[in-house]
Design a protein around this ligand. Structure first.
Ligand code: NAP
Ligand code: ZN
Ligand code: ZN
Length: 347
């Protein structure tokens, strides 16, 4: 076993605090990663605070993990000691269902071992995430990370990056499409970068007028204040797609009204409260509401390679481990530009 230092949520209502636990020893197919940086996703906050009703404690959050490989098992062939590697939102899956066989393991119909707040493949050992000194992971669930990019700004690609890249690719969004990105946070700012890189005309739809200059700097062609009713009305039937990254309750009917006939609202944000959709927001324009969850290992690697080729990384604010509770407070208020990343040396 490998003694591991971490920060954990011990209950849904207490601040995260130091925690020690054991990781499994490095098995034949495992690699050991010394974690350099871990991004802070709003899903970490939702789960640490029990907002989705599925939390188990103690919980070490964190699924945007990058670091150096320090040990590999005897049968490891894809990675070697000294390489940089990444771990995203899951660390194993059943490997035999239709989705696993198609390489879209995130939709595993068997057991998907999420990186934390879940169980390992054995269904009894709790998984623990990246707010920790190291992680042991099966080599098939670790990603190769290019040393060309700034490592701390790569970490958020493992969740915020793939969660926005995957739906843009699935719906083949690009040149000729008008894409709205709803919410300019960790996911939203990556959605803007990918949308622009893929050739779409991108509009940020935000509650924060203070983010307009940033939206344009990130490459957005336009900015729409979702609190400005006249501006929202003017945007009726404007978009082919809206990528909804919002983490809190908001009006989906207002959002749908901005989508043209046969367009799609793609939900990636997971507010604690279930939203209401009126059938009349869909029927008269044959609109669709869809969801999308992170991405498979193959596509995550493709996204990382796309980022290396196109020089795309996240805009980050690096924090010390002990700042995590303040970081959560700021994230809850939408005050992140645009991803907190923990420097794990400070653990
Ligand atoms: P984040 O950085 O906190 O960004 C969320 C953004 O939503 C905020 O910056 C804000 O943007 C907007 N917002 C917040 N409260 C709002 C409100 N009351 N009304 C309207 N807009 C509001 O969060 P994130 O890390 O990007 O995560 C976003 C959501 O995606 C979370 O619910 C997370 O759990 C979920 N998620 C899903 C997946 C998946 O696989 N589907 C993966 C990762 C995360 P403005 O200031 O621009 O309005
Ligand atoms: Zn995440
Ligand atoms: Zn499966």
């Amino acid at each position: 076993m490998i003694p591991t230092k971490a920060y954990a949520a011990h209950t849904a209502t207490t601040p995260l605090a130091p925690f020690e636990f054991q990781r499994r020893s490095v098995g034949e197919h495992d690699i050991l990663i010394d974690i350099a940086y871990c991004g802070v996703c709003h899903s970490d906050l939702h789960q640490a605070r029990g907002e989705w009703g599925n939390s188990t404690f103690p919980m070490v959050p964190g699924h945007e993990i990058v670091g150096k490989i320090t040990q590999v098992g005897g049968k490891v062939s894809r990675h070697k000691v000294g390489d940089m590697a990444g771990v995203g939102c899951f660390v194993d899956s059943c490997r035999s269902c239709r989705s696993c066989k198609e390489g879209i393991e995130q939709y595993c119909e068997g057991h998907l071992a999420l990186t934390y707040n879940s169980m390992e493949k054995d269904l009894v050992t709790p998984t623990q995430g990246g707010y920790s000194s190291q992680i042991v992971v099966d080599e098939n669930y670790a990603l190769k990370v290019s040393s060309k990019l700034d490592l701390k700004a790569v970490a958020p690609l493992l969740c915020a990056g793939i969660t926005t890249y995957s739906p843009l690719r699935h719906w083949k969004i690009g040149t000729g499409h008008r894409l709205g990105v709803l919410g300019l946070g960790g996911l939203g700012h990556m959605g803007v970068k990918f949308g622009v890189a893929l050739g779409a005309e991108v509009t940020v739809i935000s509650t924060s007028t203070s983010k307009e200059a940033d939206a344009r700097r990130l490459g957005a062609h336009d900015f729409l204040n979702s609190k400005d009713e006249a501006a929202v009305k003017k945007a009726t039937e404007r978009f082919d797609f809206i990528l909804d990254t919002v983490s809190a309750e908001h009006d989906l009917n207002q959002t749908l009204n901005m989508i043209r006939r046969d367009g799609t609202l793609i939900l990636v944000g997971v507010p604690p409260e279930a939203p209401q959709v009126h059938p009349f927001s869909l029927i008269p324009r044959r609109r669709a509401v869809a969801g999308s969850m992170i991405g498979g290992i193959k596509e995550t690697q493709e996204m990382l390679d796309f980022c290396a080729a196109n020089n795309i990384v996240s805009d980050v604010e690096v924090i010390e481990m002990s700042y995590i509770n303040e970081a959560y407070e700021r994230m809850a208020k939408g005050d992140v530009r645009y991803r907190f990343v923990i420097d794990m040396k400070t653990l």
